[in-house]
Design a binder for this molecule. Structure first.
Ligand code: FAD
Ligand code: NAI
Length: 475
């Protein structure tokens, strides 16, 4: 007789594991199935985010930023260092330890919340009495039944046609996080989030990095004033960024990779590199779910079709995170996972897509929430804009990190904040205030009237709010 659960979650990434914990908190008997294996074949829940995404990339960004500071910024503070070196193996080992801490943390949370964890692949067998029969294959081999099923199977890196990932020379995010020695020449295709973050890591450690981007605009989804400022900073740091290229082919030799492409002028160019990261977006993953067995509907991109409440075309089957529409972000997946568990419990949660923050963890960091100036212009909405440069912020000057600005956009009539865009130090942390403000539908004046600690970077947000009304105090 199959084990029966109120809720079975397939996928243990940020969407799935959080959904499972919330479902268990709400009193449901809950199982979570995840197939990710660590190097020893053991369970490694946490999905892309924990194993080959958010967490390891931030670990390497931190290590490489320390290296860059030690090499370039410490001297300004009067700190001298001789014989600075980088031990790449140790840096990667530290990253692996951080990943394992997170894997273990999730297994602990499952125990604490009484979520039954199955290490293996979950596939639909059939609609069964009282729910759906799910086969688990792998380390665990079981047949279980879930009254409700939450699908959180994530996404995979998209490869270039004719250039499959070999993870030795042509790298996805996975290989990009495991390069064993600093490559002399690193190519990156796609100047999106992964390209800029991973390109920054290896540039800081000494690689000559060339980023090839298909679109003519740098960071097209980002407010263009912010994108231009970031572009300027990246180029100054030594990242070579070519926009408007058309990749022709990628050929791999023994120890090099050659990318043949047409540049923005249409000229044919050959770029030879030692490693090539291909970061041109990700595709939803439903491999192994056996979606056909139950008639689960997918869209033309291969994403699971869901309504605004993450409900699929099947009764009591839900889907969240990268495998459905919307931004491919860990915190978006988590919010959807929690919301689905609460809906199953009869509650009425809401995920506000307009206040999902974005962060690019480069240096300077880029973070934003809400609409860009270009989007407001395209909508024909009347708005006011205020900017404040970190150059005029006392804390930023004391830190020696004055690149960038905070920019606030507010409705011309009501003063409601419509978007906040930051490029500069700790933008990832500063954006939280803007998210809270927008969730509470604050006006720029609300932020301008709030007391912010001095000296702090957050004063720049207050000053940007004052700038909306053309009355900055410190600029
Ligand atoms: P995933 O995290 O992909 O998890 C899906 C899980 O399901 C995996 O463990 C997979 O093995 C498992 N699975 C799939 N099919 C089955 C099956 N049939 N049976 C059992 N298990 C299955 N987002 C941010 O918000 N911030 C960041 O800083 C950030 N950095 C990133 C850096 C990189 C390099 C990458 C690649 C991504 C990054 N992301 C970041 C995106 C983030 O990782 C994803 O948005 C997030 O992981 C999506 O969560 P998910 O739960 O939908 O899917
Ligand atoms: P992306 O969508 O951010 O960027 C892909 C880039 O590649 C785009 O600029 C696109 O125009 C370009 N491109 C596409 N096809 C191309 C081609 N054939 N030739 C040249 N350029 C081409 O995708 P990326 O960087 O792969 O990351 C995937 C997703 O992972 C992100 O969109 C994001 O959702 C998530 N992520 C989030 C992070 C964060 O929150 N800090 C960090 C890393 C990833």
């Amino acid at each position: 007789m199959s084990q029966q659960f109120d809720v079975v979650v397939i996928g243990g990434g940020p969407g799935g594991y959080v959904a499972a914990i919330r479902a268990a908190q709400l009193g449901f008997s809950t199982a979570c199935i995840d197939e990710w294996k660590n190097d020893k074949g053991g369970p490694a829940p946490g999905g892309t985010c924990t194993n080959v995404g958010c967490i390891p990339s931030k670990a390497l960004l931190q290590s490489s930023e320390h290296f860059e500071h030690a090499g370039h910024a410490f001297a300004d503070h009067g700190i001298g260092l001789d014989n600075l070196s980088i031990d790449v193996a140790k840096m990667l080992g530290r990253k692996d330890t951080v990943v394992k801490q997170n894997n273990d943390g999730i297994l602990y949370l499952f125990k604490k919340n009484k979520v039954t964890f199955f290490h293996g692949r979950g596939s639909f067998v059939k609609a069964a009495d009282g729910g759906y029969e799910i086969a688990v294959t792998g380390t665990a081999n079981e047949s279980i039944v879930g009254k409700h099923v939450i699908l959180a199977t994530g996404s995979n890196a998209r490869s270039l046609p004719g250039a499959p990932f070999d993870e030795q020379k042509i790298l996805s995010n996975d290989g990009a996080l495991r390069i064993g020695a600093v490559p002399k020449r690193l190519g990156v295709i796609g100047s999106g989030v992964i390209g800029l973050e991973m390109g920054s890591v290896w540039r800081r450690l000494g690689s000559e990095v060339t980023v090839l981007e298909g679109l003519p605009t740098f960071l097209g989804a980002v407010d263009q004033q912010i994108a231009k400022e970031a572009h300027k900073a990246f180029v100054k740091q030594g990242l070579k960024i070519e926009l408007g290229v058309k990749i022709d082919k990628v050929t791999s030799a023994k120890s090099t990779v050659t990318v043949t492409y047409a540049n923005a002028k249409g000229e044919a160019v050959k770029l030879e590199v030692d490693k090539l990261i291909v970061s041109i977006g990700r595709v939803p993953n439903t491999i192994g779910l056996n979606a056909e067995a139950v008639g689960l509907k997918l869209d033309e991109r291969g994403a699971i079709t869901v309504d605004d409440h993450c409900h699929t075309n099947l009764p009591n089957v839900w889907a969240v995170g990268d495998v459905v529409r919307g931004p491919m972000l860990a915190h978006k997946a988590e919010e959807e996972g929690v919301a689905v568990a609460e809906r199953i419990a009869g509650q009425h949660p809401h995920v506000n897509f307009n206040t999902v923050p974005w962060v690019i963890y480069t240096s300077p960091e880029i973070a934003w929430v809400g609409q860009t100036e270009q989007q407001l212009q395209a909508e024909g909405r009347e708005y006011k804009a205020g900017t404040f440069p970190f150059m005029a912020n006392g804390r930023a000057r004391a830190m020696g990190d004055t690149t960038g600005m905070v920019k606030m956009l507010a409705d011309a009539t009501t003063d409601e904040i419509l978007g906040v865009h930051i490029v500069g130090p700790f933008a990832s942390e500063l954006i939280a205030e803007a998210v809270v403000a927008m969730e509470f539908r604050a006006s720029a004046e609300d932020i301008a009237r709030i007391c912010h600690a001095h000296p702090s970077l957050s004063e720049s947000t207050k000053e940007a709010a004052l700038a909306v009304d053309k009355r900055t105090l410190n600029f």
